[in-house]
Design a protein around this ligand. Structure first.
Ligand code: SAM
Length: 275
């Protein structure tokens, strides 16, 4: 049976193009187009939007994004085996899908955006997802070139992204995300929804840039959070010893007996600004 967009079912596409999932590329495909549409809808209205997708694979999420009205999708895929399957989608949506064969970690997304606002949507390969997210959070220019990130992660990583103080998952990633973005977990996806199923539950996280984050140098913030969370069970007087210890904490008016996970993002920024 053909899918609603008139293109063949993904199971057929995968069989026809011999796209056996490669573990080394983090390939766990979603074949249910209702589910890929649910993921794409989390990004808000896509009507007329430019979307960057990372790792389109056989194109399930790509098809959902296009069906929801994106004017243009630029997809970066490392696995050349997927290109023929993606070419069929290009033919179905003339002029609306550009495919770049390459490594997303080496792609200059800001240059690709070329000054236009873009939304980024991806079922990320788990081995590169966190690094890509951190790269997108660290441009000097803020607000950044993207207007939203809608990304799938292992649930445990999603929990670290949205965590605030006094949460067991709060750490360097939570501080960085909380500083520059507003992030929330939209919904979970069980392992059985993927082919092949991964070992863990996944979750869709949506992030939007804060228009005016607290002024802070990202490199200094990173120094503070690395020190503080490097020994998260210890009191701050011990864990931040290497970057100023009690004297630094006194200047920031932060009790040296507190632990890293009790500090708000604002307090981390205060410490960073005193380095
Ligand atoms: N988007 C498809 C879906 O939802 O079914 C596939 C998602 S699969 C989890 C991850 C995809 O990312 C695979 O197609 C894989 O080949 C691709 N990939 C892995 N590493 C990559 C990298 N460094 N740059 C670009 N694509 C990559």
């Amino acid at each position: 049976m053909a899918a609603l967009d008139g293109l063949p079912p993904l199971r057929d596409v995968i069989a026809r193009h011999g796209l056996d999932a490669k573990k080394s590329l983090g390939q766990n495909f979603i074949l249910d187009l209702n589910l890929t549409q649910k993921v794409a809808r989390t990004a808000g209205s896509l009507e007329g939007a430019t979307v960057f997708e990372i790792g389109p694979g056989p194109g399930g999420l790509t098809r959902a994004i296009l069906a929801l009205g994106a004017a243009k999708v630029i997809a970066v895929e490392r696995d050349a085996r997927c290109l023929a399957a993606l070419a069929e989608i290009q033919a179905h949506y003339p002029g609306r899908l550009e495919v770049i064969e390459g490594d997303a970690l080496k792609t200059d997304f800001e240059a690709l955006a070329d000054g236009k606002p873009v939304k980024i949507i991806a079922n990320l390969p788990y081995n590169v997802g966190t690094q890509l997210l951190v790269n997108w959070l660290l441009p000097r220019q803020w607000p950044p070139f993207w207007s939203s990130l809608t990304l799938m992660f292992q649930k445990e990583v999603g929990q670290r992204i949205v965590a605030g103080e006094d949460d067991n998952h709060y750490g360097r990633l939570g501080v960085l995300c909380g500083w520059r973005t507003q992030a929330h977990m939209a919904f979970d996806i069980p392992p059985q929804a993927f082919t092949p199923p991964p070992k863990v539950t996944s979750t869709v996280v949506h992030l939007e840039p804060r228009p005016t984050p607290l002024p802070c140098d990202p490199a200094k913030l990173e120094r503070v959070t690395t020190a503080a969370f490097g020994q998260r069970r210890k009191m701050l007087r011990q864990s931040v010893k290497s970057i100023g210890g009690e004297a630094l904490l006194a200047r920031a008016e932060i009790d040296p007996q507190r632990r890293a996970e009790t500090l708000s993002v604002e307090e981390f920024c205060r410490l960073a600004n005193l380095l």
